[in-house]
Design a protein around this ligand. Structure first.
Ligand code: ARG
Length: 460
C-alpha cells in the first residue's frame, strides 16, 4: 500500500521497518469503531459546512459499504496497510474517489485511535459487566442453597471456626460486587469523546465536538486536546480492574482446588469442567480452576505492560502508544474466556455437605465458643481462653473431642461449667449465635443475599 503520509519523505521505507511499524495485525479488531467514528466525523464536518453535503453523503455511503463488506468477509483487511485507520481511508478513496480524501479534515490519527479504543472498551466493559452479573447470580444461588451447610472456616489454612458455606460463598459475592462497581466507574471515564483534539493542539476549523460526541453516544467531550491524545488512564484503570477481578477468581479457584482434593472432598466439579490424566486412571483434575489461577498472571502482565509503556512518555502522542492495544485486547479475551468457563463450573459444582460437616466436627473449631461460654458466666475472656486451650490439649492427649467430655471432667477445669455447655459448643449453635452484623449466622447470610439481590434487581 502506498503511504498516505508520504509528504516530507520521498525514499521508501525498509520492509522490515514497515512490518515493525505496522499495527494492523492487531488493530484491525477496531474496524467497526473506526468506521463508526469516521461516519460521525463526516456528519459533523458537513453539518459545520466544512465539507459539502454531497461529499459527506458519498463518504458515509462508502464507509457503510466498507463496514458491511468487512463484516461479511467480502472485503479483507490488507496486512500490508500500516494500521486500520489508513486501511479504511485508503479503501474509501479507492472506492469513491477524490471526495474520500476530505474525510481526514480536522482530525488526526492521534485522536482517531484514542477515540476508537474508548469506543471499543466502553462496549467491552458492558459485555464483561453482563458476564459478572451472571456469575454473581450463580454464586448467590449457590449461597442460598448452602445457607445451612456448616464447614470449617480457616485461618492460616488451619481449621478456625465453623461457618456456613453460604457465608463463605457470599464473601465472593461481595468481592464481585466491588469488581462490578469498579468497572462501572472506569466506564464513566472511558465514555469521553476525544475526537477533535486532532494531532495535539485542536484545529482551526469550526468543529462541533459536542455534536460528534452525541452522534457516537459518548457522554462528554474531553477538555484538553493534549490530554485527549495522550491519556490512556482509562485503559490502565480497566486493566487494574481486570487484575483485581482475576485475583478474586484466582483465590476462588485455589479454594476449588483445595475443596476438590481427595484430602478435603468438600466439592465435586461436574465432569464437563474437569479432565483426566493420560496415565493415572483415578484422576479427576480441576484444570479449569488451575487455568483461571494461571491466567491471572497474564492479566497482571497486561497491566504492567501498559503502565510501563506510558511512564516515560512526554506529551503528546508517541508511537510507543501503539503498544497500548494488545494488553487491552489480551485482558478482554482472557477475562471473557475465564468467566465463560468459571460461571457454569460454579453453577454445576456439587457440594459434599456430609464431608464439610465431618471436617467441622474435628479440629476443635468450637474452642472459641467454649471460651465465650465461660466469659458469659463471668470469667474474663483471657482466663477463659486459657482454660479452653488446656481442655483442647487434654482432649488431644486422650483422643477425644470437646463434645464427648463428661460434665464431671469439665468441672475439673472450671466450676462454672454446667449441662448447657454442650449446647454452647454445638456446631449449629456456634454458627447461628454469630448474629453480629456481617457474621456467619443463617440470618446474616439471608440478609446478605437479600441485599445483593435487591441491588441488582432482576439481574441477580
Ligand atoms: N497505529 C497508531 C497507534 O496505534 C495510530 C496512530 C498513529 N499516529 C501517528 N502519529 N503515527 O497508535
Amino acid at each position: 500500500m502506498k503511504k498516505m503520509w508520504a509528504g516530507r519523505t520521498a525514499g521508501e521505507t525498509d520492509h522490515f521497518a514497515d512490518d515493525f511499524n505496522s499495527s494492523i495485525r492487531f488493530d484491525q479488531r477496531l474496524y467497526e469503531q473506526d468506521i463508526r467514528g469516521s461516519i460521525a466525523h463526516a456528519e459533523m464536518l458537513s453539518a459545520q459546512k466544512i465539507i459539502p453535503e454531497s461529499a459527506k453523503n458519498h463518504i458515509v455511503a462508502g464507509l457503510e459499504d466498507i463496514l458491511s463488506d468487512l463484516q461479511e468477509g467480502v472485503l479483507e483487511v490488507d496486512p500490508s496497510a500500516e494500521d486500520i485507520h489508513m486501511f479504511v481511508e485508503q479503501v474509501l478513496t479507492e472506492r469513491i474517489g477524490e471526495e474520500g480524501k476530505m474525510l481526514h479534515t480536522a482530525r488526526s490519527r492521534n485522536d482517531q485511535v484514542a477515540l476508537d479504543l474508548r469506543l471499543y472498551l466502553k462496549a467491552e466493559i458492558d459485555e464483561i459487566l453482563f458476564r459478572l452479573r451472571r456469575l454473581l447470580r450463580v454464586i448467590v444461588d449457590q449461597a442460598e442453597k448452602e445457607k445451612n451447610t456448616i464447614l470449617p472456616g480457616y485461618t492460616h489454612l488451619q481449621r478456625a471456626q465453623p461457618v456456613l458455606f453460604g457465608h463463605h460463598l457470599m464473601a465472593y459475592a461481595m468481592m464481585l460486587d466491588r469488581d462490578i462497581s469498579r468497572l462501572e466507574d472506569t466506564r464513566k471515564r472511558t465514555d469521553v469523546s476525544v475526537i477533535g483534539s486532532c494531532a495535539l493542539a485542536g484545529t482551526t476549523y469550526d468543529t462541533d465536538r459536542g455534536l460528534e460526541a452525541s452522534l457516537l453516544g459518548l457522554s462528554r467531550v474531553g477538555e484538553n486536546s493534549m490530554d485527549g491524545v495522550s491519556d490512556r488512564d482509562f485503559a490502565a484503570e480497566f486493566l487494574f480492574d481486570c487484575s483485581v477481578l482475576m485475583m478474586h477468581l484466582s483465590r476462588f479457584s485455589e479454594e476449588i482446588l483445595l475443596w476438590t482434593s481427595w484430602e478435603f472432598g468438600f466439592v465435586e466439579l461436574d465432569d464437563r469442567y474437569t479432565t483426566g490424566s493420560s496415565i493415572m486412571p483415578q484422576k479427576k483434575n480441576s484444570d479449569m480452576a488451575e487455568l483461571v489461577r494461571g491466567k491471572t498472571g497474564r492479566v497482571y502482565g497486561d497491566l504492567m505492560t501498559l503502565l510501563t509503556v506510558l511512564k516515560g512518555l512526554p506529551l503528546a502522542y508517541n508511537k510507543d502508544m501503539q503498544e497500548d492495544k494488545e494488553p487491552v485486547f489480551d485482558a478482554v479475551d482472557t477475562i471473557t474466556m475465564c468467566l465463560d468457563v468459571f460461571t457454569p463450573m460454579i453453577a454445576t459444582m456439587k457440594v459434599r455437605r456430609e464431608n464439610m460437616k465431618k471436617a467441622a466436627q474435628k479440629g476443635f473449631i468450637n474452642a472459641t465458643d467454649l471460651a465465650d461460654y465461660l466469659t458469659r458466666k463471668g470469667m474474663p475472656f483471657r482466663d477463659a481462653y486459657k482454660i479452653s486451650g488446656k481442655m483442647v490439649s487434654w482432649c488431644m492427649e486422650h483422643g477425644t473431642v470437646l463434645e464427648e467430655v463428661s460434665l464431671d471432667r469439665y468441672r475439673e477445669f472450671s466450676a462454672l461449667f454446667d449441662e448447657d455447655v454442650y449446647d454452647a459448643i454445638d456446631l449449629e449453635n456456634c454458627v447461628n449465635r454469630r448474629i453480629s452484623e456481617g457474621g456467619t449466622s443463617a440470618s446474616s447470610v439471608e440478609r446478605q443475599i437479600a441485599l445483593i439481590r435487591k441491588k441488582y434487581e432482576g439481574d441477580v
